[in-house]
Design a protein around this ligand. Sequence first.
Ligand code: NAG
Ligand code: NAG
Ligand code: NAG
Ligand code: NAG
Ligand code: NAG
Ligand code: NAG
Ligand code: NAG
Length: 505
Amino acid sequence: MEIKFTLLWFSLFTTFSFAKIITPRFPSSIINRPEQLSVSTNDQKGLYKSMFFTQTLDHFNYNPQSYDTFQQRYLINDTYWGGAKNNAPIFVYTGNEGEIEWFAQNTGFMFETAPSFRALLIFIEHRFYGQSMPFGGDKNIAYKNSSTLGYLSSTQALADYATLIIDLKKNLSATDSPVVVFGGSYGGMLAAWFRLKYPHVTIGALSSSSPILLFENISSPYAFNNIITQDFRSESENCYKVIKGSWQQIEDIANQPGGLEVLRKSFRICENYISASSLEGWLQTAYIYTAMTDYPTPSNFLNPMPAYPIRQMCKAIDDPTTGNDPFGKLYEAAVVYYNYTGEAGQCFDLADNSDPHGLGGWNWQACTEMIMPTDGNNEESIFPASTWNYSDRVSVCQQIFNIEPRPTWITTEFGFHDIKMALKRFGSNIIFFNGLRDPWSGGGVLKNLSKSIVAIVAKEGAHHVDLRFSTREDPEWLVDVRRREINIITKWLSEYYHSLAHHSH
Ligand SMILES: *[C@@H]1O[C@H](CO)[C@@H](O)[C@H](O)[C@H]1NC(C)=O
Ligand SMILES: *[C@@H]1O[C@H](CO)[C@@H](O)[C@H](O)[C@H]1NC(C)=O
Ligand SMILES: *[C@@H]1O[C@H](CO)[C@@H](O)[C@H](O)[C@H]1NC(C)=O
Ligand SMILES: *[C@@H]1O[C@H](CO)[C@@H](O)[C@H](O)[C@H]1NC(C)=O
Ligand SMILES: *[C@@H]1O[C@H](CO)[C@@H](O)[C@H](O)[C@H]1NC(C)=O
Ligand SMILES: *[C@@H]1O[C@H](CO)[C@@H](O)[C@H](O)[C@H]1NC(C)=O
Ligand SMILES: *[C@@H]1O[C@H](CO)[C@@H](O)[C@H](O)[C@H]1NC(C)=O
């Protein structure tokens, strides 16, 4: 019997079940923020100040509505900046699909390299996320329907970044300060695209774990889940087999009278809601995110997790002392992701729709431009075999937004079919980092494209591990990755200063 997964892998960071997709529940609170412009507030962690910039709603149209503006948030840290007089550099994080503070707090690389580069740090929030909400800051209006969400796109976001950076440099009298852009995941795609589209605004981009080749059919729709399969299988063949066999076992039990109740008790699911597919989705989410964040040190990006969490999951599954109950073993594996710190309460709520990092806008992006086929599963997959079905995505998007995706727009706008041919000749100064344990590396740039468009590949690495705050326990390969990135950025800067000195205005 074929198991039909109703789970859709929509976001770089979030999964939604079909039920959630057709009745999207967006957080309803109206964003409160300072009324005045440029009011700054200190964050709780003391890493930066929040600022607001009056941004144009529509950069690509001249009808009167497109002149509307909104308040775009950016974070700034000038503690280490060498100043405009010295043309000291500006490091900019091109924000992705969520609250900018969350990304800033997970991008230690910029804070840790700022002192030696004497860099100014800027983190710009992506429009329609966090506090950067058009339509008066009211998320209810901004997310209401396609009339308002239509202004949420990657091209508008890149134009926001260019506009803000140019204005900021003018304000700081720092027109000659070189700008380097950074980003991870979707933010990494934006950083790379920004370098290609706005070479007059930035001298180079560090694009970490950006699945930039995952559009159309450039990469295989099986690549993503093949990597997750390999992550578990290389840890232990038994662990892989137990998980692979469990989907059928769950279906079989669920179809027996009282079977759902057995599953509910085994996995300690709250009484309000359970179905076989919701349980499968919940488990799948744990495996996917654990593979993405299979870091060598304890982390707290999506959920708090121990170092090498896949190893911990497989340890739970392989443990001979836990008997023969496969569901008991799978529960112990799931808690590595869902209850590592023991703060999950007495049961897991599968109906929990909370979105602490404000990622909800990704639904719209995944229904318009961001068509990244990731959910193909071949016979060997740790998940049930299935084919990527584009029509499925279309029908979901029509139900939620009454629109049809444009699956070829990203490749039309940014290219990347035959990437080497095109970029070797016209592009320069991009670092593509990928960790091969990260499922998104299946759509990453893994080969050097030219002398200055380089791929740094870490066999043991996970999702943008290079950008995380360093720790004393970091393995040597990770220290080495960061050292190489710093050397390359140093080279870009010295080439820039050399040109500046030999260039008369
Ligand atoms: C900048 O970041 C450093 C940590 O790297 C912190 O100590 C400092 O207070 C921050 N400065 C501002 C102005 O927030
Ligand atoms: C979106 O909602 C607004 C306000 O209710 C309405 O005027 C507009 O026609 C709607 N647009 C679409 C495409 O449904
Ligand atoms: C630049 O200064 C103007 C005038 O104070 C201000 O309105 C604008 O927000 C500033 N730009 C940035 C990026 O902060
Ligand atoms: C892949 O996409 C290209 C461009 O859209 C198309 O020409 C080609 O036929 C596609 N190949 C397959 C196998 O779908
Ligand atoms: C989470 O862990 C704590 C501490 O071990 C435990 O008391 C609690 O029951 C666990 N919750 C679930 C749902 O497993
Ligand atoms: C693909 O999805 C469409 C729409 O949901 C469905 O009608 C069709 O049967 C699916 N095709 C396959 C091969 O599963
Ligand atoms: C790309 O070239 C650099 C040297 O410029 C090298 O260190 C690196 O290993 C190369 N990357 C790959 C994936 O071959």
